[in-house]
Design a protein around this ligand. Structure first.
Ligand SMILES: *Cc1c(COP(=O)(O)O)cnc(C)c1O
Length: 370
């Protein structure tokens, strides 16, 4: 079976974990701090706080910005549901915004439109920008718009570590950025995540909230509020340090494999390939199938040929418990379209050109009969 993706774990990760296990310190400690330093260097950001998942990162980012009941947060329709779940968990009201077909992101005119036409009694306090599949959103435009409106930006860069806009790591443009180290992401620690921010104040809030509400100072540890245990263990951090070193080469290899996918699909008008943009980190390769093509039969057909494929991401407005979080009667069309006609195909730095050709041949042949 060619899997959608495979974590790229080798002997170095095994050795790093063994050494933590033998050290006697398993919870967040020296390794965690070391991984945070490495991530600071890699992302060129002032503060990095490791947490237990990308979802924990989003939850703490929202709480650090004091988002809760009475506040509204704009979220894109096409994403992984943790983006909206964390907003709901704070007690705030999400507003689902449609995305562009080519960038999977909310365009800045759409943010403006929602802001101006919002009739709810909650105050729009923030927007969550998702760099879906590693596509770097145009943060120049978005940060300008948000500044003008006086709203905060949270970047859900869960699947975009290594993606860059104008040469700068995504996740570092907004007030606060979130990364995930789930095994489906290019850098994995099994489960894990990180929050990045330029603000020392926000970083300190995250630091306290991830660790039971404990404020650590020279005078000692004091419980100052109700907090979570959202820490990453040193066992996981040890894996992350090794994984991060492999990231640049992984992105290069993924970029080459994507170029081959696009080359092999050229001329097939049943397939719309993703837009190319500088700085894409290609966590996932998703194509969009032309209307009328039954995506789910194609997934089944590929499965019969030992090739794993899947839909790309969810449409939040299509989920029952989220469908009413809309901006009045504004229609949401592109997100559902991407959800229904999107096909994520196997991509991983270790796959060969032969494997990609096997996949594209299979897709092309199946499409003739579907
Ligand atoms: C993976 C992902 C998350 C969740 O991250 P976890 O580490 O699995 O909690 C959130 N948002 C997006 C866009 C993701 O791709």
């Amino acid at each position: 079976m060619i899997k959608l993706s495979k974590p790229n774990i080798g002997q170095h990760e095994v050795d790093a974990v063994t050494s933590v296990l033998m050290s006697g310190n398993l919870v967040y400690g020296a390794c965690g701090q070391h991984f945070e330093e490495k991530l600071k260097e890699f992302t060129c950001s002032t503060n990095v706080k490791l947490v237990s998942s990308g979802t924990a990162a989003l939850h703490l980012a929202l709480l650090a910005l004091d988002i809760g009941p009475g506040d509204a947060v704009i979220v894109p329709d096409f994403t992984f549901p943790a983006t909206i779940n964390t907003v709901l968990l704070t007690g705030a009201t999400p507003i689902i915004a449609d995305v562009e077909l080519s960038t999977y992101s909310i365009s800045w005119p759409n943010i403006l439109d929602i802001y101006q036409n919002w009739k709810g009694k909650e105050r729009i306090k923030a927007v969550i920008i998702v760099h879906e599949f590693g596509y770097p959103c145009n943060m120049t435009e978005i940060t300008e718009a948000a500044k003008e409106l006086g709203i905060k930006i949270i970047e859900d860069a869960a699947c975009a570590l290594g993606a860059k806009h104008n040469g700068r790591q995504v996740g570092t443009f907004g007030d606060i950025g979130c990364f995930s180290f789930h095994p489906r992401k290019t850098v994995t620690t099994g489960e894990g995540g990180a929050v990045v921010t330029e603000s020392d104040k926000l970083a300190e809030k995250v630091s306290i909230l991830r660790n039971h509400g404990i404020n650590q100072s020279q005078k000692g540890n004091t419980f100052v509020q109700a907090g979570f245990n959202y820490r990453l263990s040193d066992i996981q951090a040890a894996i992350g340090i090794v994984q991060l070193e492999k990231l640049p080469a992984a992105i290069d290899s993924r970029t080459q494999l994507v170029a081959q996918y696009i080359q092999n699909f050229r001329g097939n008008h049943k397939i719309v390939c993703p837009s190319l943009v500088d700085g894409h980190s290609w966590q996932t390769f998703m194509v969009r199938l032309q209307h009328g093509v039954n995506r789910d039969s194609l997934i089944q057909g590929l499965k019969n040929l030992d090739i794993e494929s899947n839909f790309g991401a969810h449409s939040l407005s299509s989920l029952k418990y989220c469908s009413h979080y809309k901006n009045g009667s504004a229609s949401i069309l592109n997100g559902p379209e991407l959800y229904l006609q999107g096909l994520a195909l196997p991509l991983c730095e270790n796959y060969s050109h032969q494997e990609i050709s096997k996949i594209t041949d299979a897709v092309s042949t199946l499409l003739e009969s579907i």
